[in-house]
Design a protein around this ligand. Structure first.
Ligand code: SF4
Length: 76
């Protein structure tokens, strides 16, 4: 399992993460920032626990994000 942390307020809506996994990342039509599908929010930071089979696309999203707001940690 992995836990993703996403600092949504700093998102510039560039769409790069969406290209890595359209089922997990979606740019909002309301404010142009990305949403992390399945995440819960606490103090402005969105987080989601995901299975290892998603780890490759998450690493790619994290590396691709130009403002480096996608972080993660290994849970087991
Ligand atoms: S890659 Fe980063 S800045 Fe671009 S839409 Fe995704 S989270 Fe936002």
């Amino acid at each position: 399992m992995m836990r993703i942390f996403f600092h949504r307020s700093k998102c510039i809506g560039c769409n790069a993460c969406v290209e890595t996994d359209k089922s997990r990342w979606r740019v909002s039509r309301k404010d142009g920032k990305c949403n992390l599908v399945g995440a819960t929010e606490k103090k402005g930071i969105y987080r989601a626990d995901v299975e290892d089979d998603e780890s490759e696309s998450l690493l790619k999203a994290s590396k691709t994000c130009p403002v480096k707001i996608i972080k993660f940690e290994k849970l087991n």
